[in-house]
Design a protein. Structure first.
Length: 319
């Protein structure tokens, strides 16, 4: 008989739970047993958690908020109604919920957030904080082929930090693209980096970027906006700051068929060019307007424009 220590209770106890067993109850609450076809899903999710602390979940309106515990490896979430994909490399409390056709993202996290759908409408609320510590982009939005629009609205108080690019927006469909920011958007400080990089395909229409407040910045370009669509390229800064330290605060390239319009009422800063705009041969008018409240700080050129299109060129400064 094996020797036992005095006072040691050697009665058999409950079996030790497998790794990540303590997360099971959270997943059971996340995947509602009352929903169709979710019983088998619950078993699959729980099994994966027990083996590798990794989650794959399918659902129409759900988003994974966090995985607790030091052993958490990450989470993968695919929402087929909107084709949403979230890749998390660390424990996080960040989530995006789909309601009435719009993803509302909240909470904080340190991993890339990527959403793809058509139409795609996204709101980053005032509590949304994404700091992508690993090389890459913080928030990537893609409108797949289709007739819908790509729309992003960032509330004041929201923070998007990317080690390469803060926000990437790509419209591969036939609709318009609209990006509005009021918080902080920041790309990396070394290499070729962007605060916001946005483009649309030749099948798309208008591309509009609006800053109402906050700060957009990166080591290379604050805004790098490329219009390949049939509509207009519009950049409208009504407040806030835009900084592209080593190249340009604003770089607008219109390869499409519409006009280019850039207006600033806040501050644009660069060690090279404040605002640069280029229109290709199929475009029309090119207009740059600075309001009385606007400030452009640059070393080489405050404003540099080149119109190769069929329309007029107008540059007006009042700041």
């Amino acid at each position: 008989m094996a020797e036992t220590l005095p006072g040691k209770d050697v009665r058999p106890g409950p079996p030790r739970p497998p790794p990540c067993q303590k997360k099971t109850s959270w997943v059971q609450g996340f995947v509602s047993p009352g929903q169709s076809d979710h019983w088998s899903l619950r078993r699959r999710v729980i099994a994966i958690l027990r083996r590798a602390c990794r989650v794959v979940a399918w659902g129409k309106t759900h988003a994974i908020g966090r995985l607790n515990g030091s052993s958490a490896i990450g989470a993968l979430l695919s929402v087929f109604a909107g084709a949403m994909f979230i890749d998390t490399g660390t424990a996080m409390a960040q989530s995006c919920a789909l309601a009435s056709g719009t993803y509302t993202c909240s909470g904080s996290g340190a991993s890339a957030l990527s959403l793809s759908a058509n139409p795609l409408s996204v709101v980053l609320d005032s509590g949304f904080i994404n700091s992508s510590a690993v090389g890459g982009n913080s928030v990537t939005l893609t409108a797949a082929s289709g007739t819908g629009a790509l729309t992003l609205s960032q509330a004041a108080g929201s923070t998007v930090l990317g080690s390469n690019t803060g926000i990437v927006a790509k419209n591969n469909g036939q609709g318009s693209t609209s990006i509005t920011t009021a918080g902080t958007v920041r790309g990396g400080s070394s290499g070729i980096t962007y605060g916001i990089w946005a483009t649309n395909a030749s099948t798309a229409t208008d591309l509009t970027v609006t800053q109402t407040a906050g700060a957009i910045s990166a080591g290379t370009y604050g805004l790098y906006i490329i219009n390949n669509g049939t509509g207009n390229l519009t950049i409208d800064q009504t407040g806030g700051t835009i900084t592209g330290t080593f190249s340009a605060g604003v770089n607008a390239i219109n390869n499409g068929k519409g006009a280019t319009s850039i207006s600033t009422a806040g501050t644009v800063t660069s060690n090279r060019i404040g605002i640069t705009a280029t229109d290709a041969s199929r475009t029309t008018n090119l207009t740059v307007t600075q309001a009385a409240t606007g400030i452009i700080n640059a070393v080489t050129f405050g404003i540099f424009v080149q119109n190769n299109g069929t329309g007029t060129t107008s540059v007006t400064t009042a700041g």
